[in-house]
Design a protein around this ligand. Structure first.
Ligand SMILES: Nc1ncnc2c1ncn2[C@@H]1O[C@H](COP(=O)(O)OP(=O)(O)OP(=O)(O)O)[C@@H](O)[C@H]1O
Ligand SMILES: [Mg+2]
Length: 280
């Protein structure tokens, strides 16, 4: 079984990417899935803090060649394995060929060990975010029910569509996760509105995944450095993330096609090779 690589992104910051990433990771782990969570918001050690882990080493040590990838992994109480984010600003874009090769072979050692690799991306449309998105099997866009978040979600889909035209890749795998919504009906309504604009102006339909309601317990859990599933298992937030995990786990494998429209399998190795080749 190949590892399914999912990137969690948003146009605007602060809409709940880290909350979705850690809670989905924990919900999948609670179902017995093996989950690798990559804190790719290089700059802020978000996931670590949110899960109450203090990692000795991080992705920066790996990039600097001081530690192997396996040496920097930490496993949380909830049995999620974390690749801690780098605290410096060194990004993948600054890597040389030797380092790039090292990254590919290191990541491919992890391929197949995990059912999922979730990537908590940085906010916005920066190069590294778009690279992570493009290289992932599935792209989850988190947004809130406000005009600027909606406009930014549309913006990120637009850039993905433009990029996919350049690289000749099909894009059937963009999913929306409305977060902090009043009700799931409201979330579906929000999705329908964005899907309508994406279909009309970009000729790119997007998919609805699941809505997460506004729930103070999610905020409380963040303040207590844990997932809402551990902090308040009976809360609405925990329920929404359990349902989200069910849906994600039931999803069919996306068919990834290369520029010759041949189907290619996913997996971490594919993800990293894609990442490195997109960067050149
Ligand atoms: N459904 C929700 N209900 C209530 N509070 C929420 C919900 N989702 C997220 N929050 C809170 O919103 C705040 C921002 O969430 P989070 O850090 O996950 O956003 P982010 O998109 O990762 O931000 P950044 O762009 O800075 O990385 C956190 O305090 C979190 O607890
Ligand atoms: Mg975050």
């Amino acid at each position: 079984m190949k590892t399914k690589v999912i990137c969690i992104a948003s146009g605007k910051g602060g809409v709940g990417k880290t909350s979705v990433s850690i809670n989905l990771a924990v919900a999948l782990a609670n179902k017995g899935r093996k989950v690798l969570l990559f804190d790719a918001d290089l700059g802020l050690a978000n996931c670590q803090i949110a899960l109450g882990v203090k990692a000795k080493h991080n992705f920066g040590h790996f990039l600097a060649g001081e530690k192997t990838l396996k040496e920097i992994l930490v496993t949380t109480q909830e049995k999620v394995t974390l690749i801690p984010g780098a605290s410096g600003d060194r990004v993948l874009a600054s890597l040389g060929t030797n380092e790039a090769g090292l990254i590919v072979s290191s990541f491919s050692e992890l391929d197949g060990i995990y059912d999922y690799m979730l990537i908590d991306a940085a906010a916005g449309l920066g190069n590294s975010v778009m690279m992570f998105l493009e290289a992932s099997n599935q792209k989850f866009i988190v947004l809130n029910d406000d005009p600027s978040s909606t406009a930014d979600a549309y913006g990120i889909v637009k850039v993905m569509v433009e990029d996919s035209k350049k690289s000749n890749k099909s894009l059937e795998d963009i999913y929306l996760i409305p977060n902090r919504v009043e009700s799931s009906e409201r979330g579906k309504h929000l999705y329908a509105a964005i899907n309508d604009v994406c279909t009309r102006f970009l000729n790119q339909p997007i998919q609805y995944l699941h809505s997460i309601e506004e729930d103070g317990q999610i905020l409380e859990a963040t303040r207590d450095y844990q997932s809402v599933l551990s902090f308040a298992p009976t809360s609405r937030g925990a329920r929404d993330f359990r349902n989200l995990a069910e849906i994600v786990d039931d999803m069919k494998d996306p068919v990834v096609k290369d520029s010759h429209m041949n189907s290619i399998s996913g997996g971490i190795q594919f993800f990293v090779e894609n990442l490195i080749s997109n960067e050149r």
